[in-house]
Design a protein around this ligand. Structure first.
Ligand code: ZN
Length: 421
């Protein structure tokens, strides 16, 4: 129940894809193929990615070639060797003739200079010239494209984003985008839906799969338990400040986050396999999050550490005092990273999940108190004050919202088309 498509940057609605692409296909460059066909009897280009276990022979075999001379070139030539040197995941387009003889290999991988890696890539071209091979490298700019994705939750958020070919980094940005609205650890429901617009970087038209290939999440809509939240990435051109905003112009940044743990593939898959020692202790006044020992625990809001140490029952515990006589409590920690009196920012790491004190397994016990009284943390996060967009930026913001609404509408229909399960 997921779909994925790619549209050009700032697309005209009429040009947006109307039909669903179930997955990104590594589309071979048709013109290059036609060129190959013109110069060689039969040339077939196959796309592959290098693996850490690859040898020249295994890579060629997977790409449909059998060519000892080409294998020797990849083994012995200083430029040829670069194909399998360093990190795996290089994108390989290999053109071979009908007998499996290599005509051309084009390999794309991250630019060598770190400062260029988010904007450029290296293109290594190896071409047969009679009985020898010639190789050359170029540095070429990456291109940003807008990608649309959508899905429905059946088991977990990451299962849904995997199905839609949405990169993990974008899934995490999505959890972050709605972190003031939805506690992704506890509130996801089967049937929840999302549509997103995000940037993807391409090398010669093909989405890149190496680190840094993921651009920004530009906009999203998330329907959780029947309620729809929407947000857009907006950079105020006057101040240069960027943040996520609701379509109504309210900043998504709240005084409190909905969850004291960052949502990740690891925490999302960790179910509580035990029951905390509740009734034998005292009335349970908090929220429990199952997570592996060592998972980072973050402060849900700005504040000052009021207590950091051992307390009966709680084990290692941190209390953070916030404005308005509000306090949050993080208990059973395996490790504490802050000190009493320390000033803390929202999202800052306080320590790590553990099972200290009265706990039968690793989990975070989290409390929210107002004037000493226990409150439902989720209700607090939602009610907390939001920041509104300055007046001068509103026209620019409305334009951005109008354009992403069109894209999100398209992303949604893609999901509908592929609803066959
Ligand atoms: Zn608890």
């Amino acid at each position: 129940m997921t779909a994925f498509g790619i549209a050009p940057m700032a697309p005209d609605a009429a040009e947006l894809p109307r039909r669903t692409l179930i997955q990104t296909l590594a589309a071979p460059d048709i013109e290059a193929q036609l060129d190959e066909l013109a110069t060689h009897a039969i040339g077939l280009t196959r796309a592959e990615a290098t693996r850490s276990s690859d040898t020249p022979d295994s890579l060629l075999r997977r790409a449909g070639a059998f060519d000892p001379a080409a294998a020797a070139f990849l083994r012995n030539d200083p430029m040829g060797r670069r194909v399998l040197q360093g990190r795996a995941g290089k994108m390989v387009h290999l053109t071979a003739d009908a007998s499996g003889q290599v005509q051309k290999i084009v390999v794309r991988f991250p630019a060598e200079k770190v400062e260029q890696q988010s904007s450029h890539f290296t293109r290594l071209t190896i071409e047969r010239d009679g009985t020898v091979f010639r190789a050359r490298t170029e540095v070429a700019p990456l291109q940003a494209q807008v990608a649309l994705g959508s899905g429905s939750i059946r088991t977990s958020l990451f299962a849904a984003t995997d199905d839609a070919n949405i990169p993990d980094a974008i899934a995490s940005q999505m959890a972050d985008m709605f972190s003031g609205d939805i506690d992704f650890h506890r509130e996801l429901r089967k049937g929840d839906r999302f549509s997103i617009v995000y940037e993807t970087l391409t090398a010669d038209g093909e989405p890149i799969n190496w680190d840094g290939g993921v651009g920004r999440l530009l906009a999203g809509e998330f329907t959780n338990n029947g309620k729809t939240y929407s947000a857009v990435y907006f950079k105020d051109s006057a101040s240069g400040k960027a943040s996520f905003y609701g379509f109504d112009g309210q900043s998504k940044r709240r005084a409190f986050l909905a969850s004291p743990m960052e949502f990740s593939r690891i925490t999302s898959g960790f179910a509580m396999r035990f029951h905390p020692i509740l009734n034998t202790w005292r009335q349970h006044n908090g929220v429990d999050y199952g997570a592996p020992t060592g998972t980072a625990v973050r402060s849900v809001g700005d504040g000052v550490v009021e207590m950091a140490g051992w307390q009966n029952g709680f084990g290692n515990v941190v209390h953070v005092r916030h404005a308005g006589d509000r306090t949050t409590v993080y208990a059973h920690l395996s490790k504490i990273d802050v000190k009493k009196g320390q000033r803390i920012e929202q999202g800052q790491r306080l320590g790590a999940v553990g099972a200290t004190g009265w706990a039968t397994g690793p989990h975070l016990h989290f409390e929210f108190r107002v004037g000493g009284r226990h409150m439902d943390p989720r209700a607090i996060a939602r009610a907390s004050e939001a920041i509104t967009l300055p007046n001068y930026a509103k026209a620019q913001f409305q334009q951005t919202v109008a354009s992403v609404k069109t894209q999100l509408a398209v992303a949604e229909t893609m999901d509908g088309v592929s609803a066959a399960d």
